[in-house]
Design a protein around this ligand. Structure first.
Ligand code: ACO
Length: 173
């Protein structure tokens, strides 16, 4: 498949929110952009499966989820890195902006679901995804950006400029 430019895609959020600095730091073989409505066909779920179970319920169900996220403006920011030669997704990440009543009606950015294709790990794609999501969070006025991760990934997030704070609690249904 040939590379599809941003202006031919139906994007989750405006492409102008992607940091120009992060774009310029990326290798020319890849492109970073907001998630597009046709990205189910570019291997979005396959990339997410390096992180956890990413069951494929079919393109229509995937698109319905995309549309539900887009219907909540200024809240969901999923982005992807695409390999230009194949037009396939090789990296993905998401930011969720939570509005609060405290901190003067402040907002918090939650970074979620960071995944880089196994063949592409160690090539600085992960750090670029975090930089891009942090930029969106700070541009949206979030007073902090937070995430949960395993102990094994702590050194990666420290390289991204994050520090360890408090603990995560979980209760699975
Ligand atoms: N331990 C120590 N250092 C690490 C690790 C690690 N586990 N991972 C990356 N680094 C370092 C790299 O060596 C590099 O250091 P350098 O700048 O000194 O050369 C720096 O961090 C940046 O690394 P990248 O090349 O950008 O990392 P990569 O593209 O491989 O992405 C990621 C890292 C996202 C963790 C990737 O390995 C991955 O997809 N892993 C599987 C899924 C996963 O665990 N995702 C994170 C879940 S947490 C969440 O989603 C909030």
């Amino acid at each position: 498949m040939t590379f599809t430019p941003d202006n031919e895609l139906d994007l989750l959020f405006p492409a102008a929110l992607i940091s120009p600095q992060v774009k310029s730091q990326l290798h020319q073989d890849v492109h970073i952009r907001p998630l597009a409505s046709t990205d189910h066909g570019r291997g979005h779920l396959a990339v997410l499966s390096v992180l956890t179970v990413a069951t494929d319920l079919g393109e229509a169900a995937w698109v319905a989820q995309f549309n539900a996220m887009r219907a909540a403006p200024q809240t969901y920011y999923s982005l992807v890195i695409v390999d230009k030669a194949s037009d396939r997704i090789v990296g993905a990440g998401a930011l969720f902006v939570e509005r609060k009543f405290l901190r003067g009606l402040g907002s918090v950015g939650h970074i979620e679901d960071i995944a880089v294709d196994k063949q592409q790990q160690g090539k600085k794609l992960g750090i670029r995804i975090i930089d891009a999501l942090t930029h969106i969070s700070e541009s949206a006025g979030c007073y902090k950006t937070i995430l949960n991760c395993s102990d094994a990934n702590i050194p990666f997030y420290i390289k991204c400029g994050y520090e360890k704070k408090e603990n995560e609690m979980a209760k699975y249904a």
